[in-house]
Unconditional design. Structure first.
Length: 218
């Protein structure tokens, strides 16, 4: 338990350090007001969990109950408030659907269900090349992952907080603020679940999301 609490403290510490080191000085902020503004990014996203092959949750009356299998296309929508040439604050959502349960009896599938998952994110973006056409950025973020609906009633999975990191690049297209926005995110989440027998289990929902979409800055 103490180890788990210590791990939860790390994302908060990481974010605090990022804010302190990436924030602009007063002189820089005064000279670079033109860098302030908003960027909206929308990306179809390929999501792959560390448990994309599935795993056994438990047994119910001779039936094997398998857990989440996540390897699917979702969508990422995020808005970044640019506070300076090198620093911004991003808020967004990453959503996908997945196979959340398969029940197998005597080698045959006797039940299955799907559900939708979403991850809410908030954190700083640190821009490495703000003066170049290809604006590379990275940043840590806090994440809350949960199930958006109940597609398979035998297993219950609850949401939880975690952490993550993003590496992305904005590439301007034309002169009207449009841009191409490739990105890679890693999200850590450990969800709590209960199977049909009432037995609890932990679901390591860590996943990698790779997206290529478009954005607009104003």
């Amino acid at each position: 338990m103490r180890t788990r609490v210590s791990i939860r403290v790390l994302p908060v510490t990481f974010l605090a350090i990022a804010f302190l080191t990436a924030g602009p000085g007063a002189g820089e902020a005064a000279q670079e007001d033109s860098a302030r503004g908003w960027v909206l990014r929308v990306s179809p996203t390929w999501i792959d969990s560390i448990h994309s092959g599935g795993f056994v949750v438990g047994y119910d009356d001779g039936t094997t109950v398998s857990g989440v299998e996540l390897q699917d296309v979702g969508i990422s929508i995020a808005g970044e408030c640019r506070l300076s040439p090198r620093f911004g604050l991003e808020v967004g959502i990453l959503a996908t659907s997945s196979l959340v349960g398969v029940r197998v009896r005597d080698g045959a599938v006797v039940g299955a269900g799907t559900s939708s998952y979403y991850t809410l994110i908030v954190g700083p973006d640190i821009h490495l090349t703000p003066d170049h056409p290809a604006d590379f950025f990275f940043g840590p973020f806090l994440a809350f992952t949960d199930r958006a609906d109940v597609g398979y009633h035998h297993d219950r999975i609850g949401g939880d907080f975690g952490w993550g990191a993003i590496l992305g690049v904005d590439i301007p297209v034309g002169e009207r603020g449009w841009r191409v926005c490739p990105s890679v995110r890693y999200v850590e989440a450990n969800l709590d679940g209960t199977n049909g027998n009432g037995d609890r289990f932990d679901l390591d929902f860590d996943h990698t999301a790779v997206g290529v979409g478009f954005g607009y800055r104003w």
